[in-house]
Design a protein around this ligand. Structure first.
Ligand code: GLC
Length: 589
């Protein structure tokens, strides 16, 4: 048993981040909820979620207490990558509704006080986009081909791809056309990469930004924000191309480095947060010009519109360059998401995150789950908790569901106790795990097909939400249909089974968001208190956040009042409260 120090001496405190003004721009401390439209709520009954479905459930989000919603793509698309293959950036796909449905959704959200961010996919279009269709018809050497990255092949008769790049979804990043030319696609062959050196491409996307800004959106999440500009000459690269998995080793190395050095994380941001070399297709200097131009477009509009970067860039000092004052406003902090369930590593990545983002005056942007990774309730139930398999299937190690949920709640309360902005992925407020036994014949992720099943892909985290325990399809759709099957055990996670139930995951999230807002934690500061190695102990404004990742309980100091706990607290014989294993508490000192 360990007793927390009620009043540690000031020498022992480590200030990682100082508080800001509580009334800064909205995105600095916002909690933003990711809606994955095809799996949130289905209004039409076809088993695929849609905009009217979202509108009908926005009150759930207002009641939960988030500040904003980010919608994954709902634009016209053949859905080769679930909508991240856009064929018309200015229209809604009939699967999801119409532009009028979008306007109605936006009006309802704004009426409820929720801001709305939409997804912009500028690295590539769909192969059904008018420009690509035109480029194919126009043939080699035509101006229409200049908007994409068409090249002649290497070797005899150009039979070899122009370089050795691999697609992030598996297989070569080049596809050859019957006319002999090859085109580049960092993702699926149905997602040709645009040529961002082309002025028409730049002009078009500024216009698309304006189209949605004029409709009233509050910002954009920029897909593959680190990928649009490629190194001149598209040189070969022998490294491993990945956005979604693979940095576990980097973190093990970082952890090793941590034990080698006795100094604070401040000088070690780069060691703590990865190696940085992602090859000639990512994180090129030229992307920053694009974001400076977009920053100016958004600045023409009122209301603090914001850009958030999806940039899988290491180390964090490189990521910070995307959020310099004249570029984007936020960038997802994937280094935090990628950290194993290990208190010293988490402490260091958190400190390093502030150091990096404070160096450019930007907020950190915490995230634990999204539509591309195994949900944190499942990741944290694995034998190596926090590792990131590329999907989980029936033949794989199955996560411990109860332990995973306990840790997920612990991780979430740690995250929501930190200053900065935070992103929640739909369903995490219900404690949802991944579907970890999806059969091959229902899988839809192109990564599954391009790797012949070697990578299971991301379908497990995209299963339609359970709203009502008793209804067919758990109330996702009026017909009970769902585009991916839901596990039969999900009744216990349904929103209506948790609403009003003290201690449920949903009510815990709600209370956390209420306290976070009331105490202005999002714009607060972070001071580390000395603690056992497996305990994170910090103060943010008037709230002390203690996360016990160890196996031994921690005793709360006398005189503190518990505001919130991620799980039940036991009491010692003398009545002192104990923070058990994998539990976070928020207390008022
Ligand atoms: C981003 C999206 C992912 C998509 C990829 C290609 O990483 O989050 O879902 O497959 O970009 O657009």
């Amino acid at each position: 048993m360990t007793t927390l120090d009620a009043r540690p001496s000031t020498d022992a405190l480590v200030v990682a981040h100082s508080p800001g003004a509580p009334d800064g721009e909205w995105w600095r401390d916002a909690v933003i909820y990711q809606v994955y439209p095809r799996s949130f709520a289905d209004g039409s009954g076809d088993g695929i979620g849609d905009l009217p479905g979202i509108t009908s459930r926005l009150d759930h989000l207002a009641e939960l207490g988030v500040d904003a919603v980010w919608l994954s793509p709902f634009y016209r698309s053949p859905q080769a990558d679930a909508g991240y293959d856009v064929s018309d950036y200015r229209d809604v796909d009939p699967l999801f509704g119409t532009l009028d449905d979008f306007d109605a959704m936006l009006a309802r959200a704004h009426g409820l006080g929720l801001r709305v961010i939409v997804d912009l996919v500028p690295n590539h279009t769909s192969d059904e986009h008018a420009w690509f269709v035109e480029a194919l018809a126009a043939g080699p050497g035509s101006p229409a081909r200049e908007r994409y990255l068409f090249r002649e092949g290497r070797g005899e008769d150009g039979q070899e791809p122009p370089n050795n790049w691999q697609s992030i979804f598996g297989g070569p990043a080049w596809t050859r056309l019957p006319d002999g030319q090859w085109y580049l696609h960092l993702f699926d062959s149905r997602q040709p990469d645009l040529n961002w050196e082309h002025p028409e491409v730049r002009a078009e996307f500024e216009d698309v930004l304006r189209f949605w800004l004029d409709r009233g959106v509050d910002g954009f999440r920029i897909d593959v924000a680190h990928g649009m500009v490629k190194a001149p000459g598209l040189p070969d690269w022998d490294g491993h191309v990945s956005m979604i998995e693979g940095s576990e080793q980097a973190f093990e190395e970082a952890e090793h480095a941590l034990h080698e050095h006795a100094s604070g994380a401040a000088e070690r941001v780069d060691e703590v947060t990865g190696s940085g070399n992602q090859g000639p297709m990512f994180d090129q200097e030229g992307v920053h010009d694009i974001y400076r131009a977009w920053h100016r477009v958004l600045a023409e509009y009122d209301g603090d519109r914001a850009l958030v970067a999806e940039a899988w860039v290491e180390p964090l000092s490189r990521l910070a360059r995307y959020v310099r004052p004249d570029e984007m406003h936020q960038a997802f902090n994937f280094a935090f998401l990628a950290t194993l369930w290990h208190a010293p590593s988490l402490r260091d990545v958190i400190t390093a995150s502030y150091l990096a983002s404070d160096s450019v005056g930007a907020p950190t942007t915490w995230v634990l789950s999204n539509h591309d990774v195994v949900r944190h309730a499942s990741r944290l139930g694995l034998a190596t908790p926090g590792s990131r398999p590329n999907g989980i299937g029936a033949d794989d190690e199955q996560p411990d569901e109860e332990l995973g949920l306990r840790r997920a709640r612990c991780a979430t309360l740690l995250m929501l106790g930190l200053p900065g902005s935070a992103y929640l992925y739909q369903g995490e407020e219900l404690g949802l795990p991944d579907h970890t036994t999806l059969p091959a014949d229902v899988r839809q992720d192109p990564a599954f097909f391009r790797t012949q099943g070697a990578e299971l892909g991301r379908d497990g985290c995209r299963v339609p939400l359970p709203w009502s325990a008793q209804e067919p399809g758990f109330g996702f759709s009026p017909t009970g249909e769902a585009w991916l099957p839901q596990p039969s055990t999900w009744a216990r996670y349904a929103a209506d089974a948790q609403r009003g139930v003290p201690g449920s995951t949903y009510e815990t999230y709600r209370t956390a968001l209420r306290v976070r807002r009331a105490e202005a934690l999002g714009s607060g500061g972070l001071t580390w208190l000395p603690s056992r190695d497996d305990v994170l102990d910090l103060v943010n404004r008037d709230v002390r956040v203690v996360a016990n990742l160890g196996t031994e309980p921690v005793e709360l100091p006398a005189g503190t009042r518990v505001l919130l706990a991620s799980g039940p607290l036991d009491a010692a014989a003398d009545g002192t409260l104990l923070i058990g294993s994998d539990t976070t508490v928020w207390v008022r000192p």
